[in-house]
Design a binder for this molecule. Structure first.
Ligand SMILES: NC(=O)c1ccc[n+]([C@@H]2O[C@H](COP(=O)([O-])OP(=O)(O)OC[C@H]3O[C@@H](n4cnc5c(N)ncnc54)[C@H](OP(=O)(O)O)[C@@H]3O)[C@@H](O)[C@H]2O)c1
Length: 363
């Protein structure tokens, strides 16, 4: 049965949205998550010249287990360099472009008045761009408040997929105990590299302890997300992060081993409570989960095979981070967390960010 909330009966007029980079791993996830969305309706699909002019079902090599929505399959993919979004009354543009393409395209779109919600790393650390996880640092959306009313566009980014999981796990600890330092080791899925991504000869029967630029992103982005919003922008958090990132032969889901030095020590029970009582947006928007963090007591979990689609209600499947094996080691707190890299770690987070912007009247 559909979960009935305050948001489900309003909003009969849906906001027309475009997905750019629509044919790739994250683009496909956008299409799947936006199917029957109560607020947004996908009207335009764009990608590179390679896909332009083809029907979506011919251009996209669909890799999700969920079926491609049939109406989307028939839509023509447009060339990002030629398309005029205003012809289609588009207000929101969800971007799943590679970072090099996103740098100029997203800036141009924002300067033309569009609201861009991006997965690319290109603008994440820009002063006037929120690096947003709507249920972790919603106040950072203030950086773009008022732009739309002033008929200006903006870019809102979501973090690197591993960082989305890590920042979610760290947020309740940061609030309750304070954080001195973090050491994280990631075990990242193949889909994190897009499609076709990592060659099968490199990853079959193997683990690759190198993902270009990944450790740097993990080390800097957490500090912006958990930083403090001031009149002059976001002041970065002062805790240090050391990251080691490896690619593993798993299809979806990034597992992370996290070791945290806290400012003030809590008992294990207090730590577990801080995790499981963290409410976030509490499903006040369609894609935000009732509980962003699920704590498992099973000694062998979380695992991508079993815990990847945690999150409720139905529309928020894959939007919760699962935390387990929480223990004290010497004076540190050690735990594992699991994040769905293309849902909470990418398209789902972008959609939740746009929902928050709509809820706050920013779009
Ligand atoms: N995969 C993840 O788990 C994940 C998580 C978080 C963030 N991200 C970020 O999200 C973005 C998309 O990642 P992805 O994994 O979906 O990559 P992907 O599978 O390689 O897809 C890239 C998409 O961008 C299009 N594209 C490529 N070059 C283009 C250009 N020059 N102009 C216009 N369109 C172009 C491609 O279109 P064609 O099919 O026409 O070539 C395709 O639709 C990246 O910035 C990535 O870092 C990915």
């Amino acid at each position: 049965m559909q979960h009935l909330t305050a948001w489900s009966c309003e909003n009969l007029d849906k906001i027309p949205v475009a997905v750019i980079g629509a044919t790739g791993a994250v683009g496909q996830r956008f299409i799947q998550l936006l199917e029957n969305h109560p607020w947004f309706s996908v009207e335009v699909l764009a990608a590179s010249g390679r896909s332009a002019g083809h029907r979506y079902k011919d251009a996209a090599n669909w890799k999700l287990s969920e079926q491609m929505p049939s109406d989307i399959g028939e839509k023509k993919v447009q060339d990002i360099d030629l398309i005029t979004f205003s012809d289609n009354n588009i207000e929101i543009i969800f971007s799943a472009l590679p970072s090099d393409a996103a740098t100029k395209v997203e800036s141009d779109l924002a300067s033309k008045g569009f609201c861009v919600f991006s997965n690319a790393s290109a603008h994440r650390m820009d002063q006037d761009v929120p690096l947003l996880i709507a249920d972790i640092n919603p106040q950072h959306l203030e950086l773009v408040a008022g732009r739309k009313k002033a008929q200006k566009g903006f870019i809102v980014t979501n973090p690197n997929c591993s960082v989305t999981g890590l920042a979610t796990g760290l947020k309740p600890l940061h609030e309750a105990f304070g954080i001195k330092s973090v050491v994280v080791t990631t075990y990242q899925a193949i889909s994190g590299a897009g499609y076709p991504g990592v060659p099968s000869m490199d990853i079959t029967d193997n683990v690759v302890p190198y993902i270009p630029n990944e450790e740097e992103k993990v080390e800097e982005e957490c500090q912006k997300i958990l930083g403090t919003l001031t009149d002059s922008g976001v002041i970065l958090s002062s805790f240090s992060v050391i990251a080691s990132c490896a690619r593993v032969p798993v299809r979806d889901g990034h597992l992370e081993s996290v070791c945290v030095a806290l400012e003030s020590n809590g008992t294990l029970d207090e730590v577990k409570q801080a995790f499981s009582q963290y409410k976030g947006l509490n499903n006040k928007t369609p894609t935000s989960p009732l509980r962003p963090i699920i704590v498992t007591e099973d000694e062998s979990r979380p695992q991508p095979l079993f815990d990847l689609y945690n999150g409720e209600p139905e529309r928020a499947r894959g939007m919760a981070v699962t935390v387990g094996r929480i223990k004290k080691v010497q004076d540190k707190l050690r735990f594992y967390l699991l994040v769905h890299n293309t849902i909470r770690g990418a398209a789902g987070c972008s959609i939740m960010n746009a929902e928050l912007a709509k809820m706050k009247g920013i779009i």
